[in-house]
Structures are given as structure tokens and as C-alpha cells.
Design a protein around this ligand. Structure first.
Ligand code: SF4
Length: 76
């Protein structure tokens, strides 16, 4: 079980979320709603899309609240 509620991993990537940076632009929820869900806990569901789709969406986060890492390297 993951000890950090704002860290989400699948076999390829880890997505982190910093709520203090989030400006609630909802770009993530609108762009990839199956992964970045509203009013659901856990709100990030990494097995609902491919890692590439998730990486591309994380890159569009305007605040930097979402970050993505693959094999310990930052990719977004
Ligand atoms: S795209 Fe980034 S800033 Fe916008 S709601 Fe998602 S995490 Fe927050």
C-alpha cells in the first residue's frame, strides 16, 4: 500500500500531486477524466489510460502540481 496519498504508480510511471500548487484549472480532469477523476478517492487512477497518455496530460498541468517520473527520471 502506498503511504503517500498524493503519489500514484503503475509499473512504468509514478505521478505525484502537490495540492498546494494546484490552481484548480481542471485541465487534468477535462483532458483525461478516466484517470484524473473528480469527487473520487483515490482521484488518480493510473490503470485507466496508457502511460504515454498520462505523461502527455501531466505535461499540460499549468501549475506544476502534477509531476511524472519514469524509472526514477523526471519525464514531465
Ligand atoms: S491540471 Fe494541474 S492545476 Fe489543474 S486541476 Fe489538475 S493538478 Fe490542478
Amino acid at each position: 500500500m502506498n503511504a503517500n496519498p498524493n503519489e500514484f504508480s503503475n509499473e512504468e510511471i509514478t505521478v505525484t500531486f502537490n495540492p498546494r500548487k494546484c490552481i484548480n484549472a481542471e485541465k487534468c480532469a477535462k483532458g483525461l477524466p478516466s484517470v484524473f477523476r473528480q469527487a473520487v478517492i483515490p482521484w488518480v487512477k493510473l490503470d485507466a489510460a496508457s502511460s504515454e497518455e498520462i505523461i502527455n496530460q501531466v505535461r499540460k498541468c499549468p501549475s506544476g502540481a502534477l509531476q511524472c517520473y519514469r524509472k526514477s527520471q523526471e519525464v514531465a
